[in-house]
Design a protein around this ligand. Structure first.
Ligand code: GDP
Ligand code: MG
Length: 436
């Protein structure tokens, strides 16, 4: 995982009192490898690194207390800038507006058509779906079933070619006063001339307002090539990245956004019809770095062990008000103090053999922290707000899973109850120690 790599990088620089330019270069080299492993295309990685280097020099990373963290924050900012470069809403001014979906077979076009129809209908648009796959009746049926599920009309276009079918469907949508017609097209296993000619023909015939490339985020390095070929044929106006629930690396998104300049509009986050969201560049950058809300995290860590904070936390515990936000803060401070093992060594009455300490794993701690930082401040205060969809969002934002989140919430609840019980005496002393 990229996050672990970057964690190592940060760790190496943490102890250093001064970071030379050679250190910085070495760090950037490692970062570059980590990005390539996350499936970010080579030219894109190169560009990112030169951007990070420039900003790092400007920020005088060498003089900061935690150079590794600062570099990671800079990388996060650069990623979010690239990903969020050209955001705008879908252009649906025309009536009817045609949204053309194209992409390879299995990318998720048909699923996306249904999801997008549901979303736009929920925003008050009169939406219809149509498939212009002239050769596969089963593909048309699949979309027809989806249309029924999301409760929007399905229009059967007439004609022997995709372009003719599209034209007739658009005409019908117009005569029915519909706002938006979503056009699902046939895909192929690989990009070929016939497919490109067909898509181009359809796009030209119906003058589509939006031409969205549906891209499987698991296509990795080839995503860039696919995107460039479709872009050359039909001048894509946006991209939908599917199956982001299955691929946490996000390299494809970055490559596509950077090289084609085509903005990512939506992400598919699961097979279900409601697993679909507007694209959030900050969150995707965080995901690529694999640390949830990296920026927030780094900022917290940088504020470091603060006596005032520790006192406040102790007071909250006393009143039984210790919430998830405090919890995450404590986790951050533990990390700052050298992780769980060195924490335990500092705790009174805790005698563990050295091997046990060596084997202590701080990963769960980091994951817990990422989960908390992927919550809104309100959710951190009132975890009961976390219903199914909020949980999914948090799990996604932190690169974890809903069951893992549930486990964390349960543990936190237990800890909270335990703290309430041991408000006085020994418990208080122990917590005071823990908070430095
Ligand atoms: P098409 O050939 O491009 O029309 O692809 P489909 O829409 O038929 O999708 C292919 C497969 O990918 C189906 O099994 C979908 O359920 C699945 N799929 C599509 N989008 C997502 C997504 O965002 N997440 C997950 N997990 N599966 C998806
Ligand atoms: Mg399909």
């Amino acid at each position: 995982r990229l996050s672990e790599k970057l964690g190592d990088i940060a760790h190496k620089l943490r102890g250093a009192a001064r970071v030379s330019e050679a250190d910085l270069d070495a760090t950037l080299r490692e970062m570059r490898l980590a990005l390539l492993e996350a499936d970010v295309a080579l030219p894109v990685t190169r560009h990112l690194m030169s951007e990070v280097r420039e900003r790092a020099l400007g920020a005088e990373v060498a003089k900061s207390l935690q150079p590794g963290q600062v570099i990671i924050k800079i990388l996060n900012d650069v990623l979010a800038d690239v990903l969020g470069g050209q955001r705008r809403d879908l252009d649906l001014a025309k009536i009817p507006s045609v949204i053309l979906l194209c992409g390879l077979q299995g990318a998720g076009k048909t699923t996306t058509a249904g999801k997008l129809a549901r979303l736009l209908a929920s925003q008050g648009k009169k939406v219809a779906l149509t498939s212009v796959d002239a050769t596969r009746p089963a593909a048309r049926e699949q979309l027809q079933v989806l249309a029924g599920q999301v409760d929007v009309p399905y229009i059967s276009g007439e004609g022997s070619t995709a372009a003719k079918m599209a034209k007739s469907a658009v005409k019908q949508a117009g005569s029915e006063g519909l706002h938006v017609l979503i056009l699902d097209t046939a895909g192929r296993q690989v990009v070929d001339d016939e497919l490109m000619a067909e898509i181009k023909d359809v796009a030209d015939t119906v003058a589509a307002s939006e031409r969205l490339l549906v891209l499987d985020s698991m296509t990795g390095q080839t995503a860039l090539q696919i995107a460039e070929q479709f872009h050359a044929a039909v001048n894509m106006s946006g991209c939908v990245l599917t199956k982001t629930d299955a691929d946490v690396r996000g390299g494809a998104a970055l490559s596509v956004a950077h090289s084609t300049g085509v903005a990512i509009r939506y992400v598919g986050t699961g097979e279900k019809i409601d697993a679909f969201e507007a694209f959030d560049p900050q969150r995707m950058a965080g995901r690529i770095l694999g640390q949830g809300d990296v920026v927030g995290l780094v900022e917290k860590i940088q504020s470091s062990v603060d006596e005032e904070q520790a006192k406040k936390a102790a007071a909250k515990i006393k009143k039984g008000q210790f919430d998830l936000e405090d919890f995450a803060e404590q986790l951050g401070q533990m990390q700052n103090m050298g992780g769980m093992a060195s924490m335990l060594k500092m705790m009174p009455g805790m005698k563990l053999p050295q091997e046990a300490l060596d084997q202590m794993d701080d990963k769960p701690m980091k994951r817990m922290q990422a989960m908390v930082y992927s919550m809104t401040p309100k959710e951190r205060k009132y975890p009961k707000l976390l219903n199914g969809s909020r949980k999914r969002r948090v799990a996604m934002g932190s690169g974890t899973s809903v069951p893992e989140l549930n486990r964390m919430l349960k543990q936190f609840g237990q800890m909270q109850r335990m703290m309430k019980k041991m408000k006085g005496g020994k418990g208080k002393r122990m917590m005071a120690q823990m908070m430095g």
